[in-house]
Write a protein that binds this ligand. Structure first.
Ligand code: IMP
Length: 428
């Protein structure tokens, strides 16, 4: 049975969780393959709301095996907090949550390094979530100072490794800034050995687990974290996250070959948002942007930062849809645009006097681009109660049709509110 991947095609926060939820209870495995506790997602379950940033959304369903793949960087404190949050709410999280022994571990010196690096970056700040994601991936790739989850389970080994690593980290941090925090290897080791006791029942060889599941023809869902424009290779580098958020990350980050993924659903907002620094050609620094931010409640789930808001950028989404190999797209938060006299879609850019149809992922080239818009009539009707495509006001339908034409992909659903019921299937 081919697997499915749900992936955001903008800069994250596209409401991917709702699409995952809509796909229903048919999945036996729900797998994360990239990132860490930088991926805030709110899950509404009955009358309860859970705020997770590390665990896959599948954890709420007892029949689902939720997998944190080898491609993630894991802060054990967050892992324990999120499991506790669920346990207290009566959700049993046991053997059905499996954490790869090859995932990498985030330590407090990663957070400190990130804090100092951001503080000294001035205007070039990435605007990270501050969760130590980048420095931990740096250590992973650098190999010498990295610690994998599996290593937490061997006390003597962990103590030795931290005695090697921590003095180097302390020197490096001090060189970054005199005021840098310093760490004690043995104290850290004992702290992390304490966490390891909580993690241990979940730690396993997730590659073997997933390969066995594939042989048994199990139905799998891959949850991409962040958005495709934050992908470390193809996003607006250096204003990106440090992992492969595109479905290309599945193979490396979980061990499941891409050829097993048969359906890729790209998720977009009916407009665009971005948190943190970096170019954003269609950004709206005006009342319209403020209105969309307010109505769309565009504030970061992890950091609470106001999200930057702009018009839908078809150049960017054509680029990411092609990179992701998206079969279809879902258009979220269409209801937020109600009440605007007109709505705009960016069809192409102008850069140094030339027409540009292809997204320049180089942040510096992108900064020189100005968006060229097509202006469409807005609509006043409240869309949140509408349940069929035919009932949508003509102007809203026209807007969705233009997105379909510009992105050149069929539309799976249009979403007009957070509730599962506030979803409109679109016949293509
Ligand atoms: P990092 O992932 O914390 O290193 O942050 C790098 C960039 O990615 C920053 O601009 C963050 O705001 C952004 N980012 C990371 N995770 C998310 C997410 O889940 N949604 C939206 N933006 C994110």
């Amino acid at each position: 049975m081919p697997a499915t991947c749900v992936v955001g095609l903008q800069w994250g926060d596209e409401a991917k969780g709702k699409i995952t939820d809509l796909l229903g209870d048919g999945f036996e495995y729900v797998v994360r393959y990239n990132g860490g506790a930088n991926a805030g997602h709110t899950i509404v379950w009955g009358d309860r709301t859970f705020k997770l940033s590390l665990l896959p959304t599948g954890v709420l369903k007892p029949h689902v095996t939720s997998v944190i793949g080898n491609g993630l960087v894991v802060n054990p404190v967050r892992f324990i907090e999120e499991v506790d949050q669920l346990t207290k709410a009566g959700v049993s999280v046991g053997k059905n949550l499996v954490l790869s022994d090859h995932a990498h571990v985030i330590f407090p010196y990663h957070m400190e390094e990130e804090r100092l690096a951001e503080a000294e970056s001035g205007d070039g700040k990435i605007g990270t979530t501050g969760r130590g994601i980048g420095p931990c991936y740096q250590d992973k790739v650098g190999r010498r100072h990295a610690i994998r989850v599996g290593e937490l389970l061997n006390a003597e080994h962990l103590r030795l490794r931290l005695r090697q690593i921590v003095p180097i980290k302390n020197r490096m941090l001090k060189a970054m800034h005199d005021s840098a925090k310093q760490f004690d290897a043995d104290t850290l080791a004992e702290e992390y050995l304490g966490y390891a006791k909580h993690l241990a029942p979940h730690v396993g060889d997730t590659v073997q687990l997933l390969h066995t599941a594939l042989k048994q023809n199990k139905n799998m869902l891959f949850e991409a974290a962040q958005g495709s424009l934050l992908d470390v290779d193809h996003g607006t580098y250096p204003y990106v996250t440090s992992s492969s958020s595109l479905p290309s990350g599945i193979w490396a980050g979980s061990g499941v070959p891409s050829r097993n993924v048969g359906r890729i659903i790209g998720v977009v907002k009916a407009y665009t948002t971005r948190v943190g620094g970096g170019p954003f050609p269609t950004e709206l620094n005006n009342d319209t942007g403020e209105r969309i931010r307010k109505i769309g409640r565009e504030y970061g789930t992890v950091t609470g930062r106001p999200r930057r808001v702009g018009w839908f950028d078809a150049v960017a989404v054509r680029y990411t849809a092609a990179l992701a190999g998206a079969d279809e797209i879902s258009v979220m938060l269409l209801d937020v645009l109600s009440g605007l006299p007109e709505v705009k879609l960016c069809t192409h850019y102008e850069c140094d006097g030339q027409r540009v149809d292809h997204f320049p992922s180089d942040a510096h080239a992108l900064e020189r681009c100005t968006p060229v818009y097509e202006t469409l009539a807005g609509w006043n009707e409240n869309l949140t109660g509408i349940r069929t495509y035919a009932e949508l006001p003509a102007a809203a339908r026209n807007y969705v049709e233009r997105i379909r034409e510009l992105v050149e992909l069929p539309i799976f659903v249009v979403s007009v509110g957070p509730d599962r019921a506030q979803t409109i299937p679109v016949g293509n």
